[in-house]
Write a protein that binds this ligand. Structure first.
Ligand SMILES: NC(=O)c1ccc[n+]([C@@H]2O[C@H](COP(=O)([O-])OP(=O)(O)OC[C@H]3O[C@@H](n4cnc5c(N)ncnc54)[C@H](OP(=O)(O)O)[C@@H]3O)[C@@H](O)[C@H]2O)c1
Length: 292
């Protein structure tokens, strides 16, 4: 496939919510960028990612692609590992040989969720599902292949685009008076646009290598998060959230209960605070309404 002149940023991922938010942020910052979907680089095929990096020689590579189906990952382990573990390792090696910066996006699910305090960048990972295990392997392969790798762990990414948690709940709410949502899993909902802004800032921060955390504040349960955006959309919907326990809502993959990413490294490297998720609900609802 013929590609235009080399972009400054090469993004792996195209239709995903973070890839789309990175593309939107690049337009705001007047940055040249190419978003490579699986039509250009299929991450299940060894060598595809490396070949693209070698051909384009971008200054920055951000990996926003992943196998994100947490429950299906328990069964599709080979596929999940190829995308989440092997591909980032290959990208890091290619970036090392080109001298490109490599920023790889990871997850709070590398932790077991049992800590009483938020996890810092130095906390010991201990994933409790296959998706989390594959993402941790991806982190390690990338860091071990290239010491100038930046890993950015995030949680509960939302945008109002596609298939994120708010879209699923808002679409269900259109036909339900009540919704049962887990109230004993705590997370930090992270607006994809705010994450994208911080990824560009980290990329430009000269020695921001190693692990960083970027999660929305304040921490909230999934039920609490849903209640907040349903209330904001209340005039149109009016669906009531019924909080339930994880035991009452069993899933194929176990979820960490207190999945709270803390740590100061993002602020120290970029001057940017953790995003406040309530401030992004309006934009998320606009995107959801526009996509209906
Ligand atoms: N969503 C969350 O709540 C959440 C929470 C914590 C961490 N994260 C992490 O944040 C990052 C971005 O997630 P997201 O929410 O934007 O995910 P998403 O909306 O599910 O998008 C996944 C992306 O991965 C790409 N992809 C999947 N399989 C591929 C393959 N075989 N070859 C090439 N590309 C492939 C897709 O490519 P196409 O464009 O071709 O479809 C898509 O762009 C991921 O690293 C994820 O692990 C997400």
């Amino acid at each position: 496939m013929a590609l235009a002149a080399a972009p400054e940023f090469l993004i792996f991922g195209k239709s995903g919510q973070l890839a789309r938010s990175l593309a939107a942020q690049a337009r705001c910052e007047d940055v040249s960028l190419l978003c490579a979907g699986r039509d250009i680089a299929d991450l299940t095929i060894p060598g595809h990612a490396r070949a693209l990096i070698e051909r384009l020689q971008p200054r920055f590579v951000i990996n926003a692609a992943a196998y994100t189906a947490v429950d299906r990952a328990e069964d599709e382990t080979l596929l999940c590992n190829a995308i989440n573990a092997d591909a980032p390792g290959e990208m890091a090696k290619a970036c090392a040989s080109q001298g490109s910066r490599f920023i790889h996006v990871s997850t709070d699910y590398v932790f077991n969720g049992e800590s009483d305090t938020p996890y810092t960048e130095d906390s010991e990972p201990d994933p409790i599902n296959f998706y989390g295990q594959s993402k941790l392997e991806g982190e390690l392969k990338a860091l071990n292949s290239y010491d100038q790798t930046t890993i950015v762990r995030t949680s509960a990414v939302f945008s109002g685009l596609g298939d994120d948690f708010p879209c699923k709940i808002l679409n269900l709410a259109a036909s339900r008076e009540t919704l049962r949502i887990v109230d004993d899993q705590i997370t930090g909902p992270t607006p994809a646009a705010e994450l994208a802004r911080r990824l560009f800032a980290l990329a430009r921060s000269p020695s921001a290598y190693g692990v960083f955390h970027c999660a929305g504040q304040p921490f909230v349960s999934w039920a609490g998060f849903a209640a907040a955006f349903l209330e904001q959309e209340g005039s149109a919907i009016g669906t009531r959230v019924i909080p339930v326990s994880s035991e009452e809502y069993p899933t194929r993959a176990r979820r960490p209960k207190r999945s709270r990413l803390g740590g100061d490294r993002l602020k120290e490297a970029t001057g940017l605070h953790s995003p406040q998720w309530q401030q992004s609900l309006g934009l998320m609802l606009d995107a959801w309404r526009a996509s209906r």
